[in-house]
Design a protein. Structure first.
Lengths: 153, 231, 359
């Protein structure tokens, strides 16, 4: 499993746009295999997505990943379970505007709603534009059915 | 592809005061009145000061946040920028190396400049002057450098920052109240990082009260599942 | 067949791996000792021997070597020869024999033979390693748990600090005393002595307290019937508490603790929070057996809905068995024994269709 450092602020195109138009904000819709978004370990996660609102901007690359991250009081940690990157025009065209993803989930870590540590699973889609900017869309789902922890009195 | 659920939906309880949302540079920089800082004009003021200046303020008042944003503006303007953090006196050597790698006309941003000690700071300043590289630093106290901004942690600032956190409209005024903001700033003596820490605990206690501890599947609670986030 | 692990820890008399490999390694060890004895002895003898000047065909020993010198210098190679030779002979004699056969031949107590400690559970990403625990077999139950922060190290730390600090105090005190005797009064030195002596006394107090805990209170040992733990399963836990004094109370608790590390300015801080506490057992007015220890065996069930152990760079969910004891006339102490809880196996066996087929 790969581990990525925190991505920080997503990059915006540093170069001023010549026509002063605001950069398009892509619409990424994602549908999970079942509506509850709750999965069990080792279950197959299937999603269908569609990327719209590109307004003619060309995509340079597309990344699809399934990962867990921590949330809470500590620094954010992340573990990549699945990662795929499409960089050639043909490969990107095959996954945009519509695509599907099917990945078997691991045995752990389970989703966890702790007090100062929470573990979340998500599907992340990141599109890279020819202009240099990128846009990421994150869609949370749960793995396992661990009940939340309560802060002690 | 749908399959029936075998229990109530699992709740995802998003605490908006988690590190993920309040860490440095995640929030827009604001002054002590809570007004968003005009970064381009701040960059012009920095240029007027000669490029080398300090952002001065106590712990947790937004110095690192502001430093990150100003660095971003400088980079957007085509200036080579490198960002670093000093943690102890011995970091001087490494920072000198970083200085050497920045081309003339660039800027080295150093967080926590005061920990380097007087001698270390003088060495870096001299080296930067010789190399024609600017230093933009943060410090807890006045270090005889031109001051770009003095930061302070105040209730209006914390209230404004809180307004940027996810789902603000759903929990502010229902789970967290304006008095909580004021009390958090007061209890933490203006340290906004500590204030966020206190608000995190407060949010957990108040929202978890509606989720009873049990050995079985969790009961659904009024919080909606974590919305999709588009950044 | 499991390969030998040369750097693995071994406790007690039980073997944790293959008998054949164990015996082979043991044989190698004794053979090396035997060879070392032979080589060392030969070097010593040849180094002290010279050809007689008058008769080149005869060898005489070097002048100046007394008999006791020979005894001393040859003692080491002789010991190596004896130890290595006897050990090698025993290995050859016991080769291929079962544990029971060895025990009957050697007269020692027969212990349960161990099945392979290799875990059958699948790899669980995000879980901390169990290797330290699986490398530590118990004497009654399968595994002996390790202390989170062994007190030996704190004893060494306190001891070194107390010695070094008080050495400085002595030097300063001698200097001040010499000045006084010489008729001069160095008030600055005397003023410096006061805080130094205070810290030195404090260091000695801490050291004495640590020594008392280590000797009078005695060690705490926990053994467990299996590891890693799994939600829904029940385990036997054996508590062994040594020491000579009576304990007013001993309590054993299973805890789940979250820990989150974050940067606060130039500091890195870790916050810990116990979110689950499950009492296991408690005893009042406990008297360890003289010359032995207090022992008790309890069963613990990990709740079915438990979160598993988790470890990442800055965040963790840790399970541990905590023993809190209040000795009579001595301060209360707490000893922590980390364990690892895996995800429930029921959750890992999901009868699933392949993707594309109806779920």
């Amino acid at each position: 499993m790969m581990r990525l450092s925190d991505q920080g602020i997503p990059s915006e195109d540093p170069r001023p746009r010549g026509n002063n138009r605001p950069a398009p904000f892509p619409r990424i819709e994602l549908r999970f295999g079942h509506s509850g978004r709750d999965y069990q370990p080792m279950e197959w996660l299937t999603v269908e997505y569609s990327i719209g609102g590109l307004e003619g901007e060309r995509l340079r690359a597309l990344e699809r990943s399934i990962l867990w991250y921590t949330e809470g009081k500590g620094e954010e940690d992340m573990g990549i379970h699945f990662f795929e990157r499409f960089t050639t025009p043909a490969a990107v065209a095959g996954q945009v505007p519509d695509g599907t993803l099917a990945v078997q989930l691991p045995t752990s870590p389970l989703s966890y709603e702790g007090v100062i540590v929470k573990i979340r699973w998500c599907v992340r889609l990141r599109v890279f534009f020819e202009s240099g900017r990128d846009h990421v869309s994150e869609h949370v789902f749960t793995v396992g059915r661990v009940p939340p922890s309560i802060p002690p009195p | 592809m749908d399959r029936p659920h075998d229990g109530p939906p699992v709740v995802v309880r998003c605490n908006p005061f988690a590190t993920r949302y309040v860490a440095s540079a995640r929030l827009a920089p604001r002054d002590d009145r809570g007004v968003q800082i005009d970064l381009p004009s701040l960059a012009r003021r920095l240029a007027g000061l000669g490029g080398t200046a300090a952002i001065v303020g106590a712990h947790g008042t937004g110095k690192s946040t502001l430093l990150a944003h100003v660095a971003g503006i400088l980079e957007a303007g085509g200036r080579p920028v490198r960002r670093t953090r000093a943690t102890r006196r011995g970091d001087v050597a490494g920072l000198c190396g970083a200085l050497l790698r920045i081309p003339r006309g660039g800027t080295l941003c150093i967080d926590s400049f005061e920990v380097l000690g007087t001698a270390g700071r003088q060495v870096l300043l001299a080296m930067a002057w010789c190399r024609g590289v600017a230093l933009l630093v943060t410090s807890h106290r006045d270090l005889s450098l031109p001051t770009l901004v003095t930061t302070r942690g105040t209730p209006p600032l914390l209230a404004a920052l809180t307004g940027e956190l996810p789902g603000h409209e759903s929990w502010f005024g229902r789970v967290v109240f304006p008095d909580d903001i004021t009390a958090a700033v007061s209890d933490s003596a203006g340290d906004l990082r500590m204030a966020f820490d206190r608000l995190y605990d407060l949010f957990e206690q108040r929202t978890s009260a509606s989720v009873p501890p049990s050995a079985g599947p969790p009961e659904p609670c009024h919080e909606r599942p974590l919305p999709d986030r588009c950044r | 067949m499991r390969l030998p692990r040369f750097l693995a820890k071994k406790r007690g008399n039980r073997r944790t791996g293959s008998q054949a490999w164990g015996s082979f390694a043991e044989g190698i060890f004794y053979a090396i000792l035997l060879a070392a004895g032979v080589v060392f002895g030969l070097l010593l003898v040849t180094g002290a021997a010279n050809y007689a000047p008058a008769d080149p065909d005869s060898v005489v020993l070097q002048r100046g070597y007394e008999w006791w010198m020979w005894l001393l210098t040859l003692l080491i190679p002789l010991a190596l020869l004896a130890f290595g030779g006897s050990g090698l002979a025993r290995v050859v004699r016991m080769w291929g024999k079962s544990l029971e056969h060895r025990a009957a031949a050697g007269g020692s107590a027969i212990l349960d033979s161990l099945s392979s400690p290799e875990s059958d559970t699948p790899h669980h990403p995000g879980l901390p390693s169990c290797e330290n625990i699986e490398n530590s077999p118990g004497t009654v139950l399968r595994y002996r748990l390790a202390l989170e922060s062994p007190e030996n190290w704190s004893l060494v730390g306190f001891g070194m600090f107390a010695i070094l600090w008080n050495a400085v105090v002595v030097v300063l005190a001698v200097g001040a005393g010499a000045d006084l005797l010489g008729g001069t009064t160095d008030w600055f030195l005397i003023a410096m002595l006061i805080p130094f002596v205070s810290v030195g006394v404090g260091g000695v107090v801490l050291l004495v307290r640590a020594v008392i805990l280590a000797t009078s209170v005695g060690p705490t040992q926990i053994e467990i019937s299996d590891h890693p733990l799994v939600p829904g399963a029940t385990y036997d836990v054996l508590l062994g508490q040594g020491g000579a004094s009576v304990f007013r109370s001993i309590d054993m608790v299973m805890e789940m603790e979250e820990s989150a590390t974050f940067r606060q300015g130039t500091d890195t801080r870790t916050q810990r929070l116990v979110v689950r506490r499950q009492p296991m057992a408690g005893w009042r007015r406990v008297q360890p057996v003289p010359g032995g220890r207090f022992e008790a065996r309890v069963a613990v069930t990990i709740p079915r809905d438990s979160m598993h152990s988790f470890a990442s760079e800055s965040n963790a969910v840790q399970w541990r068995i905590v023993v809190r004891a209040i000795p009579d006339r001595w301060p209360e102490f707490t000893r922590v024994f980390p364990v690892v809880v895996c995800p429930s196996p029921a959750a890992t066996v999901y009868p699933l269709a392949e993707p594309g087929e109806p779920g």
